[in-house]
Design a protein around this ligand. Sequence first.
Ligand SMILES: O=C(O)CCC(=O)C(=O)O
Ligand SMILES: [Fe+2]
Length: 360
Amino acid sequence: MDEPASLHASPTQIPKIISIKTIAESPGLTSIPITYTFTPNPHDQVVSETDESLPVIDYSLLTSGTPDQRSKIIDHLGKACQDWGFFMVINHGVPESLMGSLIDTCRGFFDLPEEEKEEYRGKHVLDPIRCGTSFNASVEKVFFWKDFLKILSHPVFHSPSKPAGFRETSLEYSKKAREVARELLKGISENLGLEANYIEKALNLETGLQVMAANFYPPCPQPELAMGMPPHSDHGLLTFLIHNGISGLQVQHKGKWVNINGTPNSILVNVGDHLEIVSNGKHKSVLHRAVVNNKVTRISIATVQGPSLDSVVSPAPELLDSERNAPNYFGIKYKEYLELQQSSNLDGKCNLDRVRIRAV
Ligand SMILES: O=C(O)CCC(=O)C(=O)O
Ligand SMILES: [Fe+2]
């Protein structure tokens, strides 16, 4: 099946449904179509964020702290990457109003009539503007309860022409997010014992890929049976996540799923597969997923910051030696990695496993 099909009625009665928004808005919906039903894993343990204290990185200390504050925050950043692969950034300088406008304008995109989104229903992972439903509906057997819009925002910025203001808001956020990401990656390089500019130079961040993915999860009548996004890791170096204040993100930590909201105005950051490769496995990309609820629409915007598409990513040679530290991953061109992901289901860390030499 290529696309999520319509529910209950035969295809002659209802046209093919191309968005979960349309299904969720169908009058009197009390159960989910079978094509969206997952079997919950009885072994999943879910805990709240307060039970586990998520690392908090005060970004202002990285950029304008005293040398002592800076060195402490870099140490903290390294530990956050190593212990959690996930942290929350505060005092990042990205205005709250900008983040709010970005979420509103993304909602505006999803609210456009389906015909107006039609031209963006691309198929390829590197299409500059692509919207759709689920994750990779052409290979999935069960669909995820979400619609998405993905834009490539760097090295060349792209934007849909509607809704009004989308272009300006997303361009502004994209620039600010890149600046923060590059600064964090300098701190992470330093903490790994590399030159501060190592990742920046080796992976050509000047022309680095940035993908902004807006996720739209409408209310679901049987949230315990549906999945917004399955457990997965992200492909780039660091992903920034902001959302509209509605819970749904869960991060795997010490074998449990931790519900994460973050404090208002913070940016949630996770380690991606390519940081795992460069660090030779010291910083592992974190498994995370999105669950849905039966009351309100959740919107999240995940901005993946990656190497340039033609960079070959491999463990930093400075972290290797011929005795104890052999490379744990093969080198791979970022573009090829993305294309591999395109052809498969979103399933845990299955993409990274293809370039893994040994488990670490
Ligand atoms: O919606 C969320 O909280 C998670 C989104 C996500 O993981 C992604 O877009 O890669
Ligand atoms: Fe993700």
